[in-house]
Design a binder for this molecule. Structure first.
Ligand SMILES: [Zn+2]
Length: 284
């Protein structure tokens, strides 16, 4: 133990900030055995005259995560408050191929579970998973009880973030017998989206494959081919200058799929599948 004061001096030299010289008037001589939180060297003090072993190995490298450095924008479709302001929501905006409503209220299950609540919950789960994998994640809306933003603004948020990938989360409201999921990708329209049509297709394929494998939801029985659809009427896609897709997770008017969407465990499976699809695309 005789070596301790000298040792503390040595550690102070190594990590001057940890010792707070001058900040509290403490000197090395007054130092106690209370641990100094930011000292990173490992010290072994023994009762012998052996010099203490100091592990001078470099500090542990921060964990490398698969999505480090990637920016992902998630657009949770619609907003829970949209129904309160039809005038704002129905305002027509320019989506390059046509003029279209700023947003819609979205659909709901027959027993009243709204698409906006579903997309909000799945998106939050997805954000958590992606952040754990190292990604920087931005949303296009910050709650589920206000109005908007318009589809034009939703696209702009992805563009301004220079997202490596963007995804708009939805569920459909079709005839009760229809079921299954599909992914919507942009088409060439002679506009800025043309540059990301090919990348969006790769993103769409990755999301389609991961969604199918991860959730077991079948390919849509009523839209697209093998759950792949291409559209030129969606502002969220037409106005995007970053790779972007929509996912319609299933049909909220189909009883079996509505029951799945109401189940938080199933929503977690959806989020996990979407995270895997995004990751596959970003790592390919
Ligand atoms: Zn929708």
């Amino acid at each position: 133990m005789r070596a301790l004061p000298a040792l503390i001096l040595a550690l102070c030299g190594l990590t001057a900030s940890a010792c707070g010289a001058g900040s509290d008037g403490a000197t090395a001589g007054q130092a106690t055995l209370t641990p100094v939180p930011t000292v990173t060297a490992t010290v072994t003090v023994t009762a012998t005259d052996e010099p203490p072993a100091i592990d001078t190995a470099a500090p542990e490298q921060p964990e490398v995560k698969p999505l480090d450095g990637k920016v992902i924008v998630i657009d949770p479709g619609h907003n829970g408050g949209n129904y309160r302001d039809p005038q704002a929501v129905n305002r027509l905006v320019d989506v390059l191929t046509q003029r279209k409503a700023c947003d819609t209220t979205g659909t709901a299950t027959n027993d009243g579970y709204s698409e906006a609540a579903f997309t909000w919950d799945v998106s939050k789960r997805l954000r958590k998973l992606l952040r754990r994998r190292g990604a920087t994640v931005e949303f296009t809306r910050s709650d589920n009880d206000s109005v908007g933003p318009c589809i034009t603004e939703r696209a702009a948020i992805g563009n301004e973030a220079r997202a490596d990938a963007a995804i708009s989360v939805h569920a459909d409201g079709s005839a009760a017998a229809n079921h299954g999921f599909h992914v919507i990708m942009p088409k060439r329209i002679g506009g800025p989206v043309d540059r990301v049509v090919a990348a969006s297709r790769r993103l769409g394929l990755a999301v389609r494959d991961a969604f199918h494998a991860g959730t077991g939801v079948p390919y849509s029985t009523y839209i697209g081919r093998k759950a792949l659809d291409y559209r030129s009427d969606l502002g969220g896609l037409n106005l995007s200058t970053v790779p972007k897709v929509f996912v319609e997770c299933g049909n909220m008017r189909n009883a079996a799929e509505a029951a799945q969407f109401r189940d938080p465990e199933f929503r977690q499976r959806i989020a996990l599948a979407l995270a895997d699809g995004l990751q596959h695309y970003l790592q390919s």
